[in-house]
Design a protein around this ligand. Structure first.
Ligand code: C2E
Ligand code: MG
Ligand code: MG
Length: 270
């Protein structure tokens, strides 16, 4: 089913998988960080870690293309653990720059989340880097949060016991059971980019975004919007009661070096 989904035939999949193995070995994977801002104050509240794969010729293989393959092959467990460690180390450096409360959001795949060693690895990353667990947030997608409710509930509780917070990514794209959602120990809903884009369209725009924000209010969850590209979208989100966002309007995902420059320039202008 995944080959059809990805539009790749077997040969193409095998080739890509070999290339991914080589990319891991030759360290062609790296992590970029996209700022998350408070929409009222403009303050940077966090960054989301996003993986990148650069080919020798300088072109990129998009995560949407290789993450499913990394999941199907099990490589995502090692890759995800690496992203977690790299991001936690980067958080230490960023916080030392004078942003002591900065939050790091890390995407966690379903396969990684279900791996028997997941919690041990999470704990090890905390201990090795010494970060404040309160500044670490894991993003799991809505579909993951809704599958196998008993297992998810238990795992999320254990993640929360470590002090780590949890965001539901791509919220609004799945079919959440509201009674299940209400039971989950989560902190944040992340409005999917599609519903932010919709805010600029005149007709019936913003319905889903406003429903998610309302839901967040009722469940006492923070709501963050992703994919904000226009000032008008930010204004509408603010008016609807969403106070955090990320998107090209503020910054594209940046390398660690670019992010430091971006943060410095921004601090000078505030
Ligand atoms: P996501 O977690 O929902 O990440 C948001 C995606 O939207 C990112 O794409 C980001 O670059 C893009 N984006 C941010 N702002 C804007 C905007 O204003 N306009 C537009 N058009 N796009 C924007 P990216 O980096 O290509 O990642 C795609 C997906 O791949 C992510 O979606 C996430 O599901 C997955 N992914 C990325 N890194 C990791 C990782 O380390 N682990 C796992 N498991 N998944 C990852
Ligand atoms: Mg995400
Ligand atoms: Mg998302």
């Amino acid at each position: 089913a995944f080959s059809a989904e990805m539009g790749l035939d077997i040969r193409e999949r095998v080739r890509l998988l070999q290339a991914l193995r080589q990319a891991v070995e030759s360290e062609r994977l790296f992590v970029v960080y996209q700022p998350q801002v408070n929409l009222i104050s403009g303050e940077v509240v966090g960054v989301e870690a996003l993986i990148r794969w650069r080919n020798d010729d300088g072109t990129f293989v998009p995560p949407d293309r290789f993450i499913p393959l990394a999941e199907a092959s099990g490589m995502i467990v090692a890759i995800g653990d690496w992203v977690l460690r790299v991001s936690c180390h980067e958080l230490v450096r960023l916080q030392a720059m004078g942003l002591p409360n900065l939050r790091m959001s890390v995407n966690v795949s379903q396969i990684q989340f279900r791996h028997p060693e997941f919690l041990d690895k999470l704990n090890a990353a905390l201990l090795d880097t010494g970060i404040n667990p309160k500044c670490l947030e894991l993003e799991i997608t809505e579909s993951v949060a809704m599958e196998d409710p008993a297992f998810i509930l238990e795992t999320l509780h254990m993640v929360r016991e470590l002090g780590i917070s949890i965001a539901i990514d791509d919220f609004g794209t799945g079919y959440s059971s509201l009674s299940h959602l209400r039971q989950l120990p989560i902190d944040r809903l992340k409005i999917d980019r599609a519903f932010v884009t919709e805010l600029s369209q005149e007709v019936s725009g913003g319905h889903i975004a406003s429903m998610v924000i309302e839901l967040g209010r009722n469940l006492k969850l923070t709501v963050i919007a992703e994919g904000i590209e226009e000032e008008s979208q930010a204004q509408t989100l603010l008016r609807l009661g969403c106070h955090e966002g990320q998107g090209y309007l503020y910054a594209k995902p940046l390398t660690a070096v670019q992010l430091k420059e971006w943060l410095q320039t921004r601090a000078e202008h505030l």
